[in-house]
Design a protein around this ligand. Structure first.
Ligand code: PLP
Length: 824
């Protein structure tokens, strides 16, 4: 039977009812995957559903991009070396508003949506908070209908997978693209040439102007892979463009007929290593040449692409550029963009320096993510000279002009000039990427109020004195779609049953829950949901790690990258303290302590902390006295999809960094939004969480930033704390004794020794107040109704920490970007 001709509107939007999805699933199993019902695998069923969903994003995606051209809107580009996305299926189904149709149609497939989601591998193209922030921002920018594009690298190997073998971390490669990625579309036709190495040629042009040109024969091609980013229940579908490195020879762009065919092919492999693997260092930099290549690769491909798009509408009307483009630098990783844009404007577009500089400094904005000195990027001048000779020249010129300006304002202050120079002098001259970012940007922001204040008084004090107006704060947030609505469906349903579903988009609407905080029936249901989530996690832990956890115990959770400043060790000291209490015959509240997170492979101390956590866990596990009272679990391979199961199950969220070290944190926000109470220091966004939820609904302990500074100034002696606190002494002595490593008693001695001698993160100073506050937590949990009330109030008052609020502030206060609605 011939079908009746469809009219245009039927053709542009594929059906979104259950019947249309049923047909789409079978079509994709047959025609896209060439499978029958006898041969199709569970993963292919996931692929079929993903393709069906993607098909329904495509019209909106094209329409969105067309609208941006037609309306000639100002565009935002979010440049980031990391996008820690996790899974996409559930989020796309939710945002496309096809949850019920897809769910109904799944009878065709014989799997539930949750089972299908488990088939999807995480896109783990990031380390931790910084990369996950970029992913939350993509969701919020699309939801707020902002004309925004994410740009990053399509690493072939994402964040390594963590195995715990004999109590230690082992890294396994994350070959996430071994299975097809149904979300991306390759666009080899839009490949961009990225140069490296070579030399600079200078000459006088006909107008007597000194001109420079970068000459090189070394190119790598950047192939864009595009992933659709749908907004929540609107028609916006933005683009995430990830660049993949391909040999230029593949494009017939250089020598191939030189006779040495094999060597030529080997060379191709070499240039393709640029996008091979994500560097697994969180909050530290390791100075490898390949990493700088990755940074430049992203920046050059992105800038050329951005400029090409600008020129399509505006030719050489460069004055318009800052009105039409804002580029946000996620930390200093993409800071070379500033020099790259100068190069393009000067050498290729023939602009004068002042004109080019004016455009650049009205286009870029920079987000700082850390106060930790070891994370501040510096690259050897010698490496720049070899890899990016023209950029080094440009950076020198930026620096010369900048320092001239500084010396006009502070004549004779040579110490200040040396402090502020983009070039650090000394044995090995270095380019200071944070300073390049500040000088080349019109806005510089920190990621929580405390952090932004500290930037102005410490790290960037000199720059704040010069340009106070550049500095601002944008407190981080998380997307409520993934971190509440998807991660915690049971709680979401309960909330919606009381206040409707507007909160998913307007998280401040959670305020309406406050009036149910004392409602006994609501409290009961709220705690039942928490119990369900604990059971969901327990089942998963049994299936994946073969550990049994008792869901009647209190779930005390710390998951985040393992880092000394985050003080997982303080948590472990408390676990040992509780163990000693049990051995002393004292009653304690039954508790399951869960710690999870990855260490950078080369971060020795963090790996020792993982070892100690596992060792203490196994001693506790093997001790019958602890049964039903104390349990400790190391959560293996913490990642986004695991976080979505862990966080909704937590009773207590550990946010215990040394005051002044955690820029913001976002894990803290996810936990509180899911009804966990926080034990934390006055650090990062904890400070603002306390303001929002109220002092009575959060457990704050420890030194403040001022107290840390004062104690350091007068001379911190950790041994004094050890000598004056019996509990601390017994804990440290037990570690020193070799009790947790009976076969090799020396194993953990160095940890105790470091605590007593240096203790740079002041665990000894904070131990007493932490242990006391943990006791208060335990006492508070005994009053189940009051606990429920506090947990509900946390959820009700966390609206501020939606990334929608954060992005609205970026759009209004930094980017000057306006929403653009998409009409189908
Ligand atoms: C949110 C998140 C983080 C950041 O956690 P912090 O506690 O803020 O350090 C890291 N990793 C994953 C997988 C996350 O989801």
């Amino acid at each position: 039977m011939a079908k009746t001709t469809k009219n245009a509107s039927d053709i542009t939007v594929l059906g979104t009812d259950a019947e249309a999805f049923r047909k789409a699933f079978t079509d994709h199993i047959h025609h896209t995957l060439a499978r029958s019902k006898y041969t199709v695998t569970d993963h292919e069923k996931f692929l079929a559903v993903a393709y069906a969903v993607r098909d329904r994003l495509v019209d909106r995606w094209i329409k969105t991009q067309n609208t941006y051209y037609e309306k000639d809107v100002k565009r935002v580009y979010y440049l980031s070396l990391e996008f820690l996305i996790g899974r996409t299926l559930g989020n796309s189904v939710l945002n496309l508003d096809v949850e019920s149709a897809v769910t109904e149609a799944l009878d065709e497939i014989g799997m539930t949506l949750e089972e299908l989601r488990e088939q999807e591998v995480d896109a783990g193209l990031g380390n931790g908070g910084l990369g996950r922030l970029a992913a939350c921002f993509l969701d919020s920018m699309a939801t707020l209908e902002l004309p925004a594009t994410g740009m990053g690298i399509r690493y072939e190997y994402g964040m390594f997978s963590q195995k715990i073998v004999n109590g230690e971390q082992e890294e396994q490669p994350d070959n996430w693209l071994r299975l097809p990625n149904p979300w991306e579309i390759a666009r080899p036709a839009n490949a961009i040439k990225v140069p490296f190495y070579g030399y600079v040629v200078s000459w006088m042009d006909e107008n007597g102007r000194l001109r420079n040109r970068w000459e090189t024969k070394d190119y790598v091609m950047a192939l864009p892979y595009d992933t659709p980013i749908p907004g929540y229940k609107n028609n916006t579908v933005n683009n995430l463009r990830l660049w993949s490195a391909k040999s230029a020879d593949d494009f017939g762009l250089s020598y191939f007929n030189n006779g040495d065919y094999i060597a030529a092919v080997q060379d191709m492999e070499l240039s393709e290593t640029i996008s091979k693997v994500l560097y697994p260092n969180d909050a530290s930099m390791n100075g490898k040449e390949l990493r700088l290549k990755q940074q430049y690769f992203l920046c050059s491909a992105s800038l050329q692409d951005i400029i090409k798009r600008f020129k399509k509408l505006h030719n050489n009307d460069w004055k318009l550029f800052p009105e039409k483009v804002a580029i946000q630098l996620n930390d200093t990783h993409p800071a070379i963009s500033i020099a790259e844009m100068m190069r393009i404007l000067l050498d290729i577009e023939n602009l004068e320096w002042d004109e080019a500089w004016d455009i650049v400094t009205h286009t870029f904005a920079y987000t700082n993510h850390t106060l930790m000195p070891e994370a501040l990027e510096k690259w050897p001048v010698s490496l720049f000279e070899k890899l990016l000779p023209r950029h080094l020249q440009i950076i020198y010129e930026i620096n010369a002009r900048f320092l001239r300006m500084v010396s006009m304002k502070w004549p004779g202050d040579n110490a200040r000039l040396a402090r502020m120079s983009l070039i650090e002098e000394g044995g090995c001259k270095m380019v200071r990427m944070a300073y390049l970012s500040i000088v080349g940007s019109f806005a510089v922001n920190g990621v929580a109020a405390l952090h932004s204040d500290l930037l102005k008084t410490t790290l960037f004090k000199d720059f704040y004195e010069l340009w106070p107006e550049k500095f601002n704060n944008k407190t981080n947030g998380v997307t409520p779609r993934r971190w509440v609505r998807k991660a915690n469906p049971a709680m979401s349903e309960l909330i919606t049953s009381k206040i409707g579903e507007s909160w998913v988009k307007d998280l401040d609407d959670l305020k309406k829950l406050e009036k149910f905080a004392k409602d006994a029936d609501f409290q009961k249901k709220f705690m039942e949901v928490k119990k369900q989530n604990k059971e969901r996690l327990a089942k998963y832990l049994k299936a994946t790690q073969n550990v049994d956890v008792d869901t009647n115990t209190f779930f005390d959770v710390q998951v985040k990258r393992i880092h000394e400043y985050k003080r997982q060790l303080l948590n472990i000291l408390h676990a040992i303290h509780l163990y000693i209490q049990v051995k002393d015959g004292k009653e304690i509240m039954p508790r399951t302590i869960m710690i999870g997170g990855k260490s950078a492979p080369g971060y020795w101390m963090a790996k020792q902390i993982i070892r100690l956590a596992n060792a203490v866990a196994s001693i506790i596990d093997a001790d019958p006295d602890c049964k039903g009272k104390l349990k400790m679990v190391f959560l293996e391979n913490y990642r986004v999809s695991f976080a979505e199961k862990i966080i909704p199950a937590a009773d207590l969220s550990e946010q215990i960094s040394t005051a002044g070290t955690e820029a913001s944190g976002t894990g803290n926000m996810k936990f509180a939004l899911n009804g966990a109470l926080t034990i934390g220091t006055l650090d990062g966004a904890n400070v603002e969480m306390k303001e929002e939820v109220g002092d009575d609904n959060i457990f704050i302990f420890g030194l403040t930033v001022e107290e840390v500074t004062d104690l350091l100034a007068k001379g911190y002696r950790p041994r004094d704390f050890y000598e004056h606190d019996d509990d601390l002494r017994r804990v440290i002595d037990l570690i020193t004794s070799g009790f947790f490593s009976p076969d090799h008693p020396e194993t953990f001695k160095h940890i105790a020794e470091k605590l007593l001698s240096h203790d740079p993160y002041m665990l000894c100073a904070d131990f007493r107040s932490y242990v006391d506050m943990q006791k208060k937590v335990a006492d508070a949990y005994q009053d189940k109704k009051h606990w429920a009330e506090m947990a509900i109030l946390n959820v009700a008052r966390m609206g501020k920490f939606s990334s929608d609020r954060t992005i609205k502030q970026y759009a209004e206060e930094i980017w000057n970007a306006k929403p653009c609605s998409i009409k189908l």
